[in-house]
Write a protein that binds this ligand. Structure first.
Ligand SMILES: [Zn+2]
Length: 261
C-alpha cells in the first residue's frame, strides 16, 4: 500500500514523549508521506523538530489556524509570518488556514482578514492552501471568490453533494480531504464520494482527532488511515490498492513542492 496522509498533527502533545514512534507505525502501515500543517505559535517548533527527524517522509505547511485568531491576532499572525519568511523553502502549502464559526463567532471579521491575507500569501508564493472550514462555508467561499487562482484542499470535508457543487461553482477546482468521518455510521459522506470522484480525493487522518471506525474514540494516528482508505475505495467502487495509488498521485500533484525521498 502506498498512502499519503495529507493532514496529520503527530507533533502535538498527545504523542509525547515518543512522536517518532507514531511516524514509524505509519510507515509500517504503508504510509509513504505525511504532511504536518501548523496550528498556532506554540506548534511551530515541535512541528519542525519532528519533521527534521524524518525529512524524507514528512513535509510541513505553515499558516495560522482560525481558532487561534483572538485578541492578540496581529501579534500572533506576525510571529507566524516571521516563521514563514525565515525558511521559505520548508513549506509545501499555506495551512492550515480558514474560517471556524463553530466554537466562537467573536472574531469572525478578524478571521476573515487573517484568512484573506494568507490566501494572498499563497498566491504570491505559488503554494496550495489547506483550508479548515467549520460552520462557515459561505464566508470561506466569499474569501476565495476574492482571490481567484488559489488552489488547494477543503480539509476534513464532511459536507453534502450540494456543498461540493457550491465549492466548485464559487471557488473552482478544489481537492477534498477525506478522513475518518467517512467511516462514521451517522455520516452520509460515503454516498457523496461519487460526486467528488477519485480524481479530486486526497486522504488524511487529522490525527490526533477523528479516528476512523474501528478506532473511533481513540487517539487517532497516521497508521489508521488504512481504515479510511478501505471505506473510500468501496464507496468509489475501487480496490483499496488502486485508491491508494490514485489519491497519493493526487496529493503529490497538489502539493508539488514535496521532495520525494
Ligand atoms: Zn488540522
Amino acid at each position: 500500500m502506498k498512502l499519503v496522509d495529507t493532514h496529520t498533527h503527530l507533533y502535538l502533545d498527545e504523542f509525547e514523549p515518543t512522536p517518532g514512534d507514531a511516524v514509524r507505525r505509519a510507515i509500517d502501515a504503508g504510509v509513504i508521506h505525511m504532511i504536518f500543517p501548523n496550528v498556532g505559535i506554540d506548534s511551530i517548533e515541535r512541528m519542525a523538530r519532528l519533521h527534521s527527524e524524518f525529512p524524507d517522509v514528512t513535509s510541513m505547511a505553515m499558516g495560522l489556524h482560525p481558532t487561534e485568531v483572538g485578541e492578540d491576532a496581529d501579534e500572533v499572525y506576525a510571529a507566524v509570518m516571521d516563521a514563514f519568511n525565515s525558511s521559505l523553502t520548508d513549506w509545501v502549502a499555506v495551512g492550515e488556514i480558514g474560517m471556524d464559526l463553530y466554537w466562537d463567532k467573536t472574531f469572525e471579521a478578524k478571521q476573515m482578514q487573517v484568512f484573506d491575507a494568507q490566501l494572498a500569501l499563497a498566491l504570491r508564493h505559488s503554494l496550495p492552501v489547506i483550508i479548515h472550514c467549520r460552520e462557515a462555508l459561505d464566508q470561506t467561499l466569499e474569501a476565495l471568490e476574492g482571490r481567484k487562482g488559489v488552489r488547494g484542499v477543503f480539509h476534513s470535508f464532511g459536507g453534502s453533494e450540494a456543498d461540493v457543487e457550491k465549492i466548485r461553482n464559487r471557488a473552482g477546482d478544489f481537492y477534498f480531504g477525506i478522513n475518518g468521518i467517512v467511516t462514521f455510521k451517522n455520516s452520509s459522506l460515503a454516498k457523496v464520494m461519487p460526486s467528488i470522484t477519485a480524481d479530486r480525493v486526497i486522504l488524511e487522518t487529522d490525527s490526533p482527532y477523528l479516528a476512523p471506525v474501528p478506532m473511533r474514540g481513540k487517539r487517532n494516528e497516521s497508521a489508521y488511515i488504512v481504515h479510511t482508505a478501505a471505506v473510500v475505495a468501496q464507496s468509489l467502487g475501487l480496490k483499496t490498492e488502486a485508491l491508494a495509488d490514485k489519491t497519493s498521485a493526487n496529493a503529490f500533484s497538489l502539493f508539488d513542492k514535496i521532495k520525494i525521498g
